[in-house]
Design a protein around this ligand. Structure first.
Ligand code: SAM
Ligand code: SF4
Length: 321
């Protein structure tokens, strides 16, 4: 399916919950009002939306949240989605706290890859950033996933003055282990609004100084806008997701489905189209029309660099990052 700007839209990010077991400073530092469970799409309803999306040409799905693994039955959803005709790829984004307990189930479900969010390797800083003393569990999850032969990417957000120096330890994971480490620029969404962003240009300058032999990695690593690099002697690659300063909108390939059944054409803007009533009424044609409308409503680009242009007022944990 193509949008108005001739971009091929074949990827959907699905948030299955607005709940989370962490309190990351820039995402959900305090408890926010949670949506009543009745407002959240049931798995059967999510699968109905996916069926129509597949018919329209969306073949790759990412399960996210909130923390997707706090919702009971998430691995079963992944299993059913993987088995759906026309689905090429199902991946997961998680904070890794509960992951190690579910590795076998996810592997059996046929998961195609897992992104694990991790902003520091220092246990004290980890607790300061996430509000939970849980670094050991995340590390255990990383090793368990690799031992199970799963494809792993680490996603890190660097906060100026807090963990900006931690890039080197985090990147060291890609030296020591067969995984990619990706740095995502903090977006001015939710609790990220008004915070300064450590730009990937600044980061790259430091990385080049430390690793002068770094070269672009032309291989395809995933569905997203990350730009990859190889560093001599490293097992995995470095990825940069320059969400604010990079102009990657021309290759945007996605729409989002929130846990409450809203389709979001772009993260930057508040615009949303609800499919909940249509899916609950079993009106498949309407669901399909709404999916098409969400793709048609995709703007040409975001304007994260200009605070006033960002009209999205909900938190990342409510949208699905
Ligand atoms: N709980 C899961 C996790 O942490 O991976 C999935 C949801 S979380 C919202 C997905 C990703 O969004 C995490 O990697 C997190 O660091 C990132 N994130 C949250 N708020 C952000 C912001 N304002 N800018 C950039 N990334 C953000
Ligand atoms: Fe939870 Fe992920 Fe947000 Fe952290 S980034 S608060 S783990 S949803």
């Amino acid at each position: 399916m193509y949008d108005r700007w001739n971009r091929k839209i074949d990827y959907m990010r699905i948030s299955v919950t607005d709940r989370c077991n962490l309190r990351c400073r820039y995402c959900m530092p305090e408890k926010i009002d949670l949506v009543p469970m009745g407002e959240i799409l049931r798995y059967e309803e999510i699968l109905e939306v996916c069926r129509e999306a597949v018919d329209l040409g969306i073949t790759r799905f990412k399960i996210t949240g909130g923390e997707p693994l706090v919702r009971l039955g998430c691995t079963d959803l992944i299993c059913r989605l993987k088995k759906m005709d026309g689905v090429d790829q199902v991946t997961l984004t998680t904070n890794g706290i509960l992951l190690y307990e579910k590795i076998e189930a996810l592997k059996d479900a046929g998961i195609d890859g897992i992104n694990i969010s991790l902003d520091t390797l220092d246990p004290v800083k980890y607790e300061a950033i996430t509000g939970y003393h849980g670094l050991d569990k995340v590390m255990r999850s990383i090793h368990a996933s690799l031992n199970a032969g799963l494809k792993i990417k680490i996603n890190s957000v660097l906060l100026p003055g807090e963990n900006e120096e931690d890039w080197e330890d985090l990147l060291g994971l890609a030296r020591d282990l067969p995984l990619d480490v990706r740095f995502i620029e903090l977006m001015p969404i939710g609790f990220g609004k008004g915070r300064s962003c450590f730009s990937n240009d600044q980061l790259m300058e430091r990385i080049r100084n430390r690793y002068p032999g770094i070269t672009p990695d032309p291989g395809r690593h995933g569905n997203g806008p990350a730009v990859y690099y190889r560093i001599p002697g490293f097992n995995g690659s470095l990825g940069l997701i320059s969400a604010v300063h990079g102009r990657f909108c021309s290759s945007c390939n996605r729409i989002r489905l929130t846990s409450t059944g809203d389709l979001k054409p772009c993260l930057c803007y508040e615009d949303r189209i609800s499919v909940k009533d249509a899916v609950r009424a079993g009106d498949r044609d309407k669901v399909r029309t709404l999916l098409r409308s969400a793709v048609d409503a995709k703007p040409r680009m975001h304007h994260f660099e200009e605070d006033r242009a960002v009209t999205e007022s909900r938190k990342m944990v409510q949208i699905g990052g």
